[in-house]
Design a protein around this ligand. Structure first.
Ligand code: MTE
Length: 397
């Protein structure tokens, strides 16, 4: 890619916020503390999780940078940032979630392979950029195209970073052409995050944003966008980010038997408490996030203080203080909702949260049924244990 290089080592990484929890140093993978995650509806850029598979590329000359729009298109083009910025600009508030979010907890049932993540491998940002459907129109592909006359059915995003999984080649992924050419799917070639120019960690100068889909498909540092016949054959589409049944292990796995994960399932987590928390008061305010893929809203968040025997409903919101209604015209369809509940806890309570999305999908109760060897999509009920401090225990005698 002219103007951008993918370094082979880690001596030129960008500065990062001190309070991020580093899960792997090289490549850099980090998440914010739970409590910081739900301090605001929009996640500040420096508190947004960072998920990388190689060193962060360097743009040495933005004037020379261009993204190639090619493959099975009538008029392939090299677009500079000025060309991309000439297209209508859209802003989309969308939650990006790594498929590995909550992986560490899945390992408690049986060890899984992969970078460990607590519950904060996600964030909610307002992304600004051009719609992919407009970009593809520029090269001769009309809106709402499922297949081109030459058989093009997928759109492949190729980056410039070098990943060991791709044997030193670039990170890549694809989405169906029907999604890429559908303006309502809000797929962006984004150059802004929360109103600021995208920073290096998050894909400067240009990245894909595929709302409602696991983060792995939102390719950073774009080099090219190609219309192709087959789904991307890269490592991260074919040999990773697939969900296997609990019976599959590293001796009997056949990667080709499963599809590449796209939309993420309904998820929620409590962020105001750690896995084991000591509280002094019997009244506790619980807060967290809930989100579902595919643009499905959050219908309900249920809270239990007795391990799931009895439940109450939490208050949900996106804009502070305004109750959230799934599928309301004013709600951000691709974004998380935050929830809050004031509860009175028994001594040594187990607090549980589970969400229901607008298609009535509910989170599974336990890890056991969804355990998979790569530890992806842990959406089991989120549980935290409360150890009552002596005062609380005493007041209940
Ligand atoms: N794009 C490139 N080029 N290289 C990567 O390593 N990681 C993917 C995706 N896009 C990745 C990438 C994964 S797995 C996730 S979850 C998101 O980027 C993370 O985006 P973020 O670091 O901006 O939060």
């Amino acid at each position: 890619m002219p103007g951008v290089t993918g370094p082979s080592e880690y001596s030129q990484e960008p500065p990062r916020h001190r309070s991020l929890k580093i899960n792997a140093k090289e490549p850099f993978n980090a998440e914010p503390p739970r409590s910081a995650l739900v301090a605001s509806y929009i996640t500040p850029v420096d508190m947004f999780y960072k998920r990388n598979h190689g060193p962060i590329p360097i743009v040495d000359d933005i004037e020379k940078y261009c993204v190639s729009i090619n493959g099975l298109v009538e008029h392939p083009k090299e677009l500079s940032m000025a060309d991309i910025r000439k297209l209508p600009k859209y802003t989309v508030t969308a939650t990006l979630q790594c498929a590995g979010n909550r992986r560490t907890a899945m390992s408690k049932t049986r060890t899984v392979k992969g970078v460990g993540w607590d519950v904060a491998a996600l964030g909610n940002a307002t992304w600004g950029g051009a719609k992919l459907s407009d970009v593809l129109e520029l090269v001769g592909i009309p809106k709402h195209t499922e297949i081109t006359s030459s058989g093009g059915k997928h759109v492949e995003f190729i980056s410039v970073d070098m990943c060991k999984e791709e044997k030193g080649g670039p990170y890549k992924a694809s989405i169906p052409l029907s999604q890429a050419t559908n303006p309502a799917a809000d797929v962006l070639l984004a150059y802004e995050m929360n109103g600021e120019i995208l920073n290096r960690d998050h894909g400067y100068p240009l990245r894909g944003i595929v709302p409602g889909v696991i983060g792995a498909r939102s390719v950073k540092w774009l080099d090219s966008v190609s219309v192709v016949v087959e789904q991307c054959q890269g490592f991260f589409m074919q040999l990773d980010y697939k969900m296997f049944p609990p019976s599959v292990n590293w001796d009997n796995i056949i990667w080709s038997t499963r599809r590449a994960c796209m939309d993420f399932p309904v998820q929620c987590a409590i962020c105001s408490l750690e896995d084991v928390s000591v509280v002094k008061d019997r009244k506790v305010t619980i807060s967290g996030y809930a989100v579902s893929g595919g643009g499905r809203g959050i219908e309900r968040v249920d809270i239990s203080v007795d391990g799931g025997k009895t439940w109450m409903e939490a208050f949900r919101y996106q804009k502070s203080g305004v109750p959230y209604v799934a599928e309301d015209v004013d709600s951000d369809k691709w974004a998380w909702v935050l929830f809050k509940a004031e509860v009175e806890i028994p001594p040594n309570a187990e607090i549980v949260a589970k969400a229901v999305d607008s298609a009535s999908n509910v989170q599974p109760e336990n890890v056991e049924g969804i355990w998979n060897l790569r530890g992806i999509l842990n959406t089991s009920w989120h549980r935290v244990q409360i150890q009552s401090s002596p005062q609380v225990a005493h007041s209940n005698l």
